[in-house]
Design a binder for this molecule. Structure first.
Ligand code: HEC
Length: 198
């Protein structure tokens, strides 16, 4: 009987093919966002190895003065493959993920005499461009340092409204504050992707 052999051969061919396809998929960018329930963002634990866009210190967004962030630093990271794409086009591809971390700062320590350096993680937020979402973008909060979520639910309703509003009205490129990331700003200017007014 040849049948069992044929079945085995076919099974082997299928296995080899799916294996090859799997490898192909893995050879693409592996810094794409991972979701649970289709929209909740799995914490990208290696974001600190991503591309660093810039840091602010004591930035205050609200016009009414507000307490602001005091002497907190804000560090912005983006997944490397999206950064490469931006440097070539001045635009963000689908799947671009930004991490914004707020860090406390200190001055009087060690040999430091003036100026400030960064210390503990205060809070971590994220933003993803993904056409699967109605709005094309999603916002997340991983929460306070020391108590980060493994998976952040996609923000919705009243909670996300201020994020969307500010990131729409005041951003230089798409929903992002490229005006504060000096190396990107030059590229956006060159590629003509800055919004009017910038
Ligand atoms: C009143 C304005 C304002 C609001 C509201 C706001 N942001 Fe931002 N966001 C900023 C500014 C300004 C920056 C640039 C930070 C820097 O340069 O350090 C920024 C940067 C970011 C970044 C880095 C990528 C980028 O877009 O440039 C993320 C991620 C982010 N914000 C998430 C959020 C989330 C999540 C919310 C809502 C919970 C939110 N933001 C609400 C002003 C705002």
């Amino acid at each position: 009987m040849k049948c069992p052999t044929l079945v085995l051969t076919l099974a082997t061919v299928v296995l080899v093919l799916t294996g090859a396809l799997g490898l192909r998929a893995q050879s693409g960018p592996n810094d794409a966002p991972r979701y649970e329930n289709g929209a909740d963002l799995v914490f990208p634990a290696d974001y600190r190895t991503w591309t660093f866009l810039g840091a602010g210190i004591g930035m205050t967004y609200e016009e009414e003065g507000g307490a602001g962030n005091g002497q907190m630093f804000s560090n912005v990271f983006v997944n490397p493959s999206s950064h490469v794409h931006f440097m070539e086009t001045g635009a963000w591809p689908d799947g671009t993920t930004f991490m914004l971390e707020f860090r406390q700062s200190d001055s009087a320590a060690s040999i430091n005499q003036a100026g400030r350096f960064q210390t503990g993680l205060a809070f971590l937020e994220a933003e993803v461009k993904d056409s699967r979402f109605e709005d094309g973008w999603a916002f997340y909060q991983f929460g306070p340092g020391g108590n980060l979520r493994d998976v952040a639910p996609r923000m919705t309703g009243d909670a996300v409204e201020p994020c969307i509003k500010c990131h729409t009205e005041h951003t230089a490129v798409e929903r992002t504050f490229v005006q504060f990331y000096p190396t990107l700003l030059e590229v956006a200017r060159e590629k003509g992707t800055l919004k009017p007014g910038f």
